[in-house]
Design a protein around this ligand. Structure first.
Ligand SMILES: CC(C)(COP(=O)(O)OP(=O)(O)OC[C@H]1O[C@@H](n2cnc3c(N)ncnc32)[C@H](O)[C@@H]1OP(=O)(O)O)[C@@H](O)C(=O)NCCC(=O)NCCS
Length: 335
């Protein structure tokens, strides 16, 4: 008979203990965007809800923004860096194939020796990371985990492409997740639809770009906005409903709804589709932050907590969706 393998045992439950964010200093107006594309402040505001966004400067690297956001999340959670057993970094804009940026971030944070890896799930990345961290804590793979969503999408955006130039932006958001006495993170509802992988993608591989133009052409992100918009509004409302159902929470029980900050009109359509009562506070960070992909949900929650719009102990539904197409959603208790 083969020797029994002992399974890992961790905390019965996990919870988010603190959020932190980093917003680059430079504010970019719609007027500035319109210097490169045929558009207007009115069109951009009406179609996306974006008034201003932030772009990183040379010093505001993926690592620097991540360390700043994670440092704030650690301070807000009361957890020391040396208690962190794993660092998960969700990003599509760390421009090295290897190594993962997570190892350098763990080192700089002082989470020496922690497991560290990157997740490529685009705008769903933060919720993927929360789902992973929840499982790791409950199986005993790590006692505390930092999940960071970070992007420098301004590096990957064609600033002359009118369907994306006004949308994408930069920033970092982080959450420290640890053991809990009571259930505080609902089951993740996640998935993908690879048949639509071409709707948001880098236009060429790095290899194709190198060979076709001697390395002179930079492969930018391309997006078919309209089908993405329809998918987000129709399919994601169903995923959000599933996340509520598996957590045993109704729309009326929610205090906050924090969807990925893709476009204000997508948020508005989801609020209507979910029939959220007016008492539910809805994240609208996109107005002054733009679409920061994996960073958008933790940044939006940080702003809501700091402004007092939401309070510790309240219940929120988070949902991320985007390139892949990939999506993930769960119900969380706010720290
Ligand atoms: C990008 C987006 C704002 C465009 O809005 P839209 O209503 O779908 O716009 P369309 O592409 O259908 O174009 C509508 C019209 O506006 C025009 N237009 C497109 N971009 C424009 C711009 N930047 N400025 C002015 N006009 C623009 C088009 O030419 C078209 O004109 P026409 O009617 O004369 O042909 C929208 O599709 C969107 O937000 N999609 C989802 C994006 C997203 O969230 N992506 C990330 C997911 S993580």
């Amino acid at each position: 008979m083969s020797v029994p393998i002992k399974p890992g045992t961790g905390s019965a439950y996990a919870r988010i203990l603190g959020f932190g964010g980093y917003r680059p200093a430079r504010v970019v107006t719609n007027e500035e965007i319109c210097q490169n594309i045929d558009s207007s402040d009115e069109w951009i505001q009406a179609r996306s809800g974006i008034v201003t966004r932030r772009w990183a400067n040379d010093e505001e690297t993926v690592q620097a923004m991540s360390v700043a956001a994670a440092g704030k999340a650690l301070a807000n959670s009361g957890v020391r860096a040396d208690q962190i057993g794993a660092v998960i970094v969700s990003t599509v804009s760390h421009l090295y194939q290897t190594p993962a940026i997570a190892t350098s971030i763990a080192e700089e944070l002082g989470a020496k020796g922690a497991a560290a890896f990157d997740v490529s799930a685009a705008c769903a990345g933060f919720c993927y990371g929360v789902g992973l961290a929840d499982g790791m804590i409950r199986t005993g793979s790590a006692e505390h985990v930092i999940v960071i969503g970070v992007e420098r999408l301004s590096d990957l955006t064609d600033h002359h492409d009118r369907s994306t130039a006004f949308l994408f932006a930069d920033g970092a958001g982080a959450a420290v997740i640890g053991p809990s006495d009571e259930p505080s993170i609902g089951p993740v509802v996640w998935g993908s639809d690879g048949s639509q992988s071409g709707l948001i993608s880098q236009e060429e591989s790095w290899e194709q770009a190198f060979h076709t133009a001697g390395g002179a052409e930079w492969p930018h992100l391309r997006m078919e906005g309209n089908p993405v918009f329809r998918w987000a509004v129709w399919e994601m409302a169903r995923v959000a409903e599933q996340a509520l159902a598996v957590a045993g929470v109704s729309a009326a029980d929610l205090d906050a709804f924090v969807p990925h900050q893709a476009n204000m009109r997508i948020t508005d359509a989801m609020v209507r589709a979910l029939k959220l009562p007016e008492t539910v506070r809805v994240a609208r960070d996109i107005a002054h932050q733009g679409n920061t992909s994996a960073a958008s949900i933790p940044l939006a929650i940080e702003r809501m907590l700091e402004s007092g719009e939401v309070k510790s102990g309240e219940t929120a539904l988070i949902i991320g969706f985007g390139a892949g197409l990939a999506y993930a959603a769960q119900v969380i208790r706010l720290p």
